[in-house]
Structures are given as C-alpha cells and as structure tokens.
Unconditional design. Sequence first.
Length: 338
Amino acid sequence: MSQPAPILEQLGRQWQWPAYVLSAGFDASNDLAFALSDGSLHLLPAGSQQAPERIEVHDGMTLSLAGAPGEGFLSGGDDGRFVRIAVDGTLSELAAFPGRWVDHVASHANGVLACSEGKRLHLYAEGRDEIVREFPSTVGGIGFSPDGHRIAVAHYGGVTLCSTRSADATPVPLKCPGSHLSVTWSPNARFVLSAMQEDCIHGWRLEDKDDLFMSGYATKVKSWSWFHGGHYLATSGSNCAPCWPFKGRKGPQGRTPATPGDSTSAMVTAVAGDPKRPVLGIGYDDGQVTVADVQNGQEAIVKPPGDGAITTMAWSPNGAWLAFGTEKGFAGLLPVAG
C-alpha cells in the first residue's frame, strides 16, 4: 500500500534553488521573501499564485533580512550595502559602507530603520538626522522595543538599550559577562533577552533589572520566536523546542518550559510560532518540519526529513502561512490557518 504524500506536497508549495536559504520573512502585509546566500532575494507577494520572483540584491552574500515598515523588505550584505526592496522588486540603496559587512537589519512599524556594521549601529527615520552609536565590540544582534522608542543592541559584555529618537539620550547598559549573539524584546515590553555563546539565554526584567537565566541547551540558540500573543518564547538549540512561559509579571522565573517536538534523532534548528495561537512550527537538522499545538500536545509532521537542515522559518502576521528553507536551497510554504 502506497504512503500518502507529505502534507507539504498535498496542501503547500515548494521550490528548489541553487543556494543556501539564509532567511525567510514576511512583511506586515504578509508578503514573503527568501534571502539566499548568493545575494539574491526570492519575493512572493501576498496572494500570488506565481513562482517567487528572483531579485539580485547583493554582490556577494546576503547576511540579514527583515520586513520594512508597511510592506517590502530590508537586506544587508557582505558588499556593505543596506537595501530596501519594494514588493514590485524595486531596489533602493539606503546606505553603503565600503569594505564593511552589514550584519543586522531591522525596522519598526513607526518607520525607524536600523542596521549594524562592525561595532556601529545606524538608525534612520524620515525627517530626522541619522543616529550612530558605537559599541565596545561587534554588534551581535539588534531588536526594537514594542513601541519603537528604544532599540536593544547585543555585544560582548551584555546588551545596551538606546533611544531611537534622540542622539543625546543616555544609553542604558544591561551587563552580563560573555558574548551575546542576538537579542529580543518581549511583546509586553517587560523583558529583554539575549542568546549567548555559552549555550544559554540571559535576560533582564526591566522594571527592576532582575536577571533571568535559561539553560539546559545542547548548543547555541540560533532561532527563537514569540507566539500566542507573547505568552511563549520558543527556541532552538535542543532535541525539542523549549517554549518558555512569559505570561505574568515574573515571566519564566521558577517555571519550566513546554517541550514540544521531542526527537530522539535530530536537533531543532529553527522555530516560528503563530502570532495569536499556541501553535508552533519546528524545523530540524535532518530537514523535518513539525507543527505542534503547545497546549493540547497534538503534533503533525508536515515535511519529512531530507533536503538539508532547516535553516529558517517564519509565520505570517495574519497567522495563515508557515514558510521555511534549508541549507540545500529547498523552500516551502504551507497554509496553517486555524
């Protein structure tokens, strides 16, 4: 008896490209982009039934991708260019840093754009002068506060909170020895969290600077996702997808994470969760993708192993789509509306 086709083949769409899929992301209008290591972007407007359009963005490797305010995308590359890509494929160079790498890009719905190159953070907003901040070491990651008035910058020795509106505002240091590789701000604005070189997450509760420490990982946390209205933070770095509870004033302090997607043969390499529901996409180093309901324990394999390790995942803002890509250039898009 023949086996049924995988859920992705039955319900979704899939593509094969010649380069590593570095990042998948949706903008606020649910347009989708895949950034590849060869400097190209594959763009799929919301609702389109066509194949994604290939757009040549960087002369070299793409290093970072983020949604732009409203619609479109931001990209940084090892060619030193900070670029905005419109949904129709039009490119606009926002800044260029010859001989440098644009490692991280981000934006906020209020219109502020950010990028980092080396030790410097650059902030741009229409009608205002560029703000530049320099840090003691290479920037490991950037993340806007929910209201967009501040941005968190990870670097060696901790995280620094900077104003996005005034170059004269005094930055707020959050100190922790070690190398901080990425940073995220909780949707309720109470916590700032940093993924560290030491296979753990360090965090701060901002109202009293109380420290959080989330450990037990087998490797560095390279992917994380807030979901279910910010009640959970899902992470990679283990043979399951730890989902730390953040509902309430104390967040995960004194609480254990839910652990969906437990595997005896693979490590979780990427996660992405539904913005409103307790549903999580989990990608593994063997190429498998699972969708799990964190509250009722139900799980379904939507893509079987193969096609390379899952390198990136993204869930659309409207909750309807899960996108992912692999190290071997395979990409998929699955409808996941409840």
